[in-house]
Design a protein around this ligand. Structure first.
Ligand code: ZN
Length: 780
């Protein structure tokens, strides 16, 4: 077991034991959140601090023998990340045994016979993980988690008793504890102002903001790794009930079934289980009189970036409740409700039988819907514990047997010592680290071997695809064409919920080859820990005193800005963040050698946030003064680097002699909602130096360039001339085939580097980091 955060001191325990005989010990009853806090956060729309939330769980654990609280580790900003474990006294007394049962059901190679399996299912308990607070502005989640903990631990009802008997409930009240207090403080600062409850002008996760929920297959952030190492890999939850909030103008509540497309390596038994459970949760909530409860709308199950459990024999029960304005109530009239994918919130339909009539929507509604959905999920699952455990074991068994669609194995050759990829050794180490973190068994060939007529060097890594987490390995190692979705037959593309690709070898710049005959695994050794990664340093950039990078930080929080900061911190690139005011002050050339504008929509760069939405110091964008100072910086010898969506703003603001010719195309002609594309790199350029001549880049609509009126433009990288799309979905790839993707435009004594691709995409596209790093170095 992880170290217990609160253990009742022995003496207190003895005193409590003596006092327990006296009826006056009523005060020892587990406290409700409002009792422990001294106020009811839901009724008063007052948000507790992270310290208060932890104190509540500590008080509950101290007073209830059905609750224990553990610290999983420390967050990015060193806050405790905690988990409550709630079940009957009998179940809590045999946690080690239950964990052992889970581990064996998760790996049927450790089960000798059907009789043994049946006995494990009999002894086991259903493990349900409830997470909240991944997105800190979705303030209802942690409050619902506190109330849910109290309900399950204390209610004398038949449903709660059955949940305690059949379920081991794990609650992580805030996946991102660092965001709790800043959002609370921002909310309090907006009370009584015109911008009550508006979005804070900062990322609520120090580095990645909302993208913390896009990290479930790359594991770059501390919080993700803590959850994976200390919860998912330790407890193997059969159900992950993930509390979130959505737009205030859609349905009141969403729970699966998921929309298509479903990623093809998610076991069909899991998808069917989510469909079955979700529709019954909807039924139960309707029975309680809750309106606006939708299934099969808006959210697809394509990307492993949002779901760890789908590739680890569990079901993700995403719950999305409509937001208000942080903790402040809103009024929504019916005609303000907005249709989304497979849902019109104003109209009854099979997947949304009773529309919400509109009106006031407040924190009590949000928390009430969350509690209602969570109790329904737990109650239904508890009544069929054996079915869920049998399903769990069967999914794991099917993976161990291997799917017909899978190869026998994947081989990851070691990085070539003198190859061109400068981050090659890091890429291979990173790929093996990710696979191991995801629970994938990896072997290392101690001598060369041959398979399928190919020979592989000693030191190659091998993933035998007969193993419990084969579906995770297959999902991230195989290139996945996204099944095109159209709004109607022959109509325009239907946008995916998020991006369409997730192939790690392409992202990292590593190689993984499928082989269809069994490799000689007896001659290989298991990789226990990932191979040591070389130091993350870039010659001429990391901690280089001659370099100082300015990084634009908008007041409309930008995850791409945060990822860039994460990258710079990870590789010790010297930088500081600059706001609109910093740029307006000018004199940039005295402090900076390069300036980076992350991928931000042109309208946000130009206009920023509205003064109706935030206090004046956070309103506005980059106007003529900012642009003039950026021009002075470049013309004086600085390097301006524009990433992805920001290139259009920079081209126009500085009147560069180039254009992005994708701008004029409709989505019928060209559409790339996050895909991996081939690149041809000119390694003779300063920015392409040291790169392989062929690589893959991340394209999210992005840009393709041509020079205007004979202007100067050096091409660093082009989109591949053929087979541009490598994984995901691109409509109209012929528009970009062979066209410039990364260019350098001289301006005065300096230069502007325009990236049509996203070289540091979500901290995942290691294969193209060198293009960004090289563009920041000083030229000799
Ligand atoms: Zn969310």
């Amino acid at each position: 077991m992880p170290e217990a955060r609160t253990r009742r001191p022995l003496v207190l325990g003895l005193v409590a034991g003596i006092l327990a005989t006296a009826p006056v010990l009523f005060a020892q009853q587990p406290p409700r959140p409002a009792e422990a806090l001294g106020y009811d956060p839901v009724a008063t729309a007052r948000l507790p601090s992270w310290e208060e939330m932890i104190a509540y769980f500590e008080a509950l654990a101290a007073a209830s023998p059905r609750v224990r609280l553990d610290t999983l580790g420390r967050s990015t900003l060193d806050a405790p990340l905690v988990m409550a474990t709630i079940s009957s006294e009998q179940n809590l007394a045999r946690l080690d045994e239950l964990r052992n049962v889970q581990a064996r059901l998760a790996d049927p190679r450790r089960i000798g016979s059907d009789a043994e399996r049946d006995s494990l299912i009999e002894r086991g308990r259903l493990v349900v993980l409830v997470t909240a607070g991944t997105h800190s502005t979705e303030v209802g989640g942690p409050l619902a988690a506190m109330r849910l903990a109290y309900q399950v631990a204390t209610l004398p009802t038949a449903r709660a008793t059955r949940i305690r008997d059949e379920v081991l409930l794990l609650i992580v009240p805030a996946v991102n504890p660092d965001g709790v207090d800043p959002v609370k403080e921002w909310y309090e600062a907006t009370l009584g102002t015109p911008w009550l409850g508006s979005e804070p002008p900062f990322l609520y996760h120090h580095y990645v903001g909302h993208d913390l929920n896009r990290d479930w297959y790359a594991f770059t952030q501390k919080e993700t790794r803590l959850l994976v190492d200390r919860v998912f890999q330790r407890w193997h939850p059969q159900i992950h009930h993930d509390l979130h909030q959505q737009e205030p103008t859609g349905a009141r509540y969403f729970i699966p079934p998921w929309l298509d497309p479903v990623e093809p390596n998610v076991d069909p038994l899991l998808i069917a289980a989510a469909t079955s459970l979700g529709t019954r949760v909807q039924w139960s909530m309707l029975e309680e009189g809750r309106t606006g409860v939708a299934v099969a709308a808006l959210y697809d199950a394509w990307s492993p970036a949002r779901s760890y459990v789908h590739y680890h024999a569990g079901v993700r029960m995403l719950a999305e409740t409509a937001s208000a304005r942080l903790a402040a109530p809103i009024e929504v009239s019916p005609d303000e409700l907005v249709p989304g994918a497979n849902l019109d919130p104003r109209i009854p339909s099979w997947n949304h039988p009773v529309p919400w009539p509109g009106g006031r929507w407040d924190l009590a509604d949000i928390v009430g819907y969350m509690q209602s959905g969570a109790m329904a999920t737990l109650g239904i699952a508890a009544s069929e514990r054996r079915t869920w455990l049998r399903n769990f074991e069967r999914v794991s068994r099917r993976a161990v047997e291997g799917w017909d669609a899978w190869p026998e194995a994947w081989v990851i050759p070691p990085p070539s010592r003198d190859g061109p990829a400068p981050l090659g050794p890091i890429a291979v180490a990173e790929l093996v680290r990710i696979l191991r973190t995801g629970g994938v068994e990896v072997l290392r060939a101690v001598r060369p071997f041959a398979a399928e007529g190919r020979s592989f060097a000693a030191g190659s890594y091998v993933v035998d695809m007969h193993q419990p987490y084969g579906s995770f390995a297959q999902a991230v190692l195989a290139r996945q064409p996204y099944p095109p979705q159209r709004k109607y037959e022959g109509g325009p593309p239907k946008p995916p919920y998020d991006v369409t690709a997730h192939n790690l070898p392409l992202l990292l710049g590593a190689t993984a080859l499928p082989i269809h005959e069994a490799p000689p695994v007896d001659e290989m050794e298991p990789v226990v820990a990932p191979p040591p990664a070389p130091a993350r340093r870039v010659a001429g950039l990391s901690a280089e005193p001659a370099v100082m990078v300015g990084l634009y930080r908008p007041w409309a929080p930008s995850a791409d800005e945060g990822w860039t900061r994460w990258l710079f911190d990870t590789y010790t690139v010297p930088y500081s963040s600059l706001t609109n005011d910093d740029i307006a002050r000018g004199g940039l050339l005295r402090q900076f050698t390069a300036f980076v504008v992350p991928s931000i929509e042109p309208a946000v760069l130009r206009f920023g946030r509205s003064a109706a939405d935030v206090p004046p110091e956070f309103a506005g964008g980059m106007g003529p003064v900012h642009v003039e100072n950026l021009r002075e910086f470049v013309e004086g010898g600085g390097t301006l680097v524009a990433l992805g969506a920001s290139v259009d703003f920079v081209i126009e603001a500085l009147d560069l002699p180039v254009e992005n010719f994708l701008d004029g195309l409709s989505s019928d002609d060209f559409y790339a909602p996050g895909a991996q594309v081939g690149l041809a790199i000119d390694t003779a350029t300063a920015i392409g130096a040291g790169m392989p001549s062929a690589a893959a880049g991340w394209l999210e609509n992005g840009a393709a360039f041509r020079s205007r009126s004979g202007g100067d433009m050096a091409v660093v990288a082009r989109y591949a001339a053929r087979n541009v799309m490598r994984s995901g979905w691109v409509v109209g790839e012929s528009w970009i085939a062979g066209r410039p993707a990364v260019v350098e435009v001289p301006l005065g004594a300096g230069r502007v580097v325009l990236f049509g691709i996203r070289p540091q995409y979500r901290g995942q596209s290691l294969g193209t980091y060198p293009l960004l790093f090289n563009s920041l170095k000083r030229r000799r």
